[in-house]
Design a binder for this molecule. Structure first.
Ligand SMILES: Cc1ncc(COP(=O)(O)O)c(C=O)c1O
Length: 321
């Protein structure tokens, strides 16, 4: 049995009979044990009171869509684009949102102010409630919540400098006619968790998933780019996986620097011919990749330059819209 003792500023020691592991304070507190406020169905409630019954459609049948946003210097980067995608995801899932996009934008801003988040993460989500517990969910009420917390790097900052290692997942992204693939619908993420766990068990940080035809697709929560010998960037066409907001921003930055960006089908056999590789995503930002299976890459100057430019973009106040 694992238990934990809150040792205030010193962090939390997770204890069991065999070992004690130190983890930094915030990262070690389970998410349901934190304090503060959460925006929940139009009201601001105490963190501990943001609860739902176990019999709800979101939990049993993945009737849930969500967003992942980052706060930089007290402002949400690309808030309106994230909210637009949230509503698009909901529409694709047949979820009728009981709020306007403006109300959700305002609620996101309000909750980061209440929580005093300066540099962190925002997680809005919408799910079907408990009125029907069967495949059909025509009568289920739609619930909406927004949580936010201070947050740093998604990957270990040391690894982020050296580049992370990916395996190639034994799981593939689904075919576009099997699921609303261009959304952040919760059901899509079970494949990501399977892949990530498989990668971690093999000693990798993350996993590169192929698409349904066996071409390079994306990592478990980020898009992928490669640098070729002739200084071009190659990235898969997002025709069966998320066209990330960060991906689109990084393409704009690269083009403004005169770098040629080629969107095309990439066969995994081509990976060995690339010199560099990186991931992009709200959580991952711009993260160099040093290895995919046995293929090694350099953390090239193009990648560190793109990372620096992305970091200055996200901290520009006028980039929030
Ligand atoms: C599966 C997946 N692919 C790609 C991305 C990158 O998208 P974005 O840059 O919009 O965060 C994410 C993150 O949201 C993701 O979860």
């Amino acid at each position: 049995m694992v238990s934990y003792i809150d040792l205030s500023f010193f962090g939390i020691y997770f204890l069991n009979k065999k070992k004690s592991i130190y983890l930094p304070l915030m990262e070690s507190i389970p998410y349901d044990k934190r304090s503060g406020k959460i925006w929940f169905n139009g009201k601001t409630v105490d963190w501990k009171d943001a609860n739902i019954h176990i019999l709800n459609h979101g939990l049993h049948y993945a009737s849930c869509v969500f967003e992942g946003e980052r706060v930089y210097d007290g402002e949400i980067f690309k808030l309106e684009e994230h909210t637009k995608r949230l509503f698009y995801s909901a529409k694709r899932m047949g979820i009728k949102v009981p709020y306007s996009q403006k109300e959700i934008n305002d609620a996101c801003k309000k909750i980061i102010d209440i929580q005093k988040v300066q540099n962190g993460y925002v997680r809005p989500l919408m799910w079907r409630g408990s009125e029907m517990m069967a495949i059909s969910a025509q009568k289920n009420k739609i619930h909406v919540a927004i949580a936010t917390w201070e947050w740093g790097s998604y990957f270990d900052p040391q690894l982020k400098l050296k580049g992370i290692k990916l395996n190639i997942s034994s799981w593939r992204r689904p075919a576009p006619n099997t699921i609303p693939w261009d959304t952040k619908a919760a059901g899509l993420y079970m494949i990501c968790t399977l892949s990530k766990h498989e990668a971690e068990a093999q000693g990798f940080t993350d996993s590169l998933m192929l698409d349904h035809e066996g071409n390079v697709a994306e990592a478990t929560g980020a898009n992928i780019f490669f640098k070729s010998k002739n200084e071009e960037l190659h990235t898969p066409i997002p025709d069966s996986f998320l066209d990330g907001i960060t991906r689109r921003e990084v393409i704009k930055i690269a083009k403004s620097k005169g770098i040629k960006v080629i969107e095309r089908k990439i066969n995994p056999d081509e990976i060995k011919d690339f010199i560099g590789c990186f991931l992009t995503g709200t959580a991952a930002e711009v993260t160099p990749v040093s290895q995919i299976n046995e293929n090694k890459f350099q953390v090239c100057k193009i990648i560190t330059d793109l990372n620096e430019s992305y970091q200055s973009l996200v901290r520009k106040k006028d980039s929030a819209a």
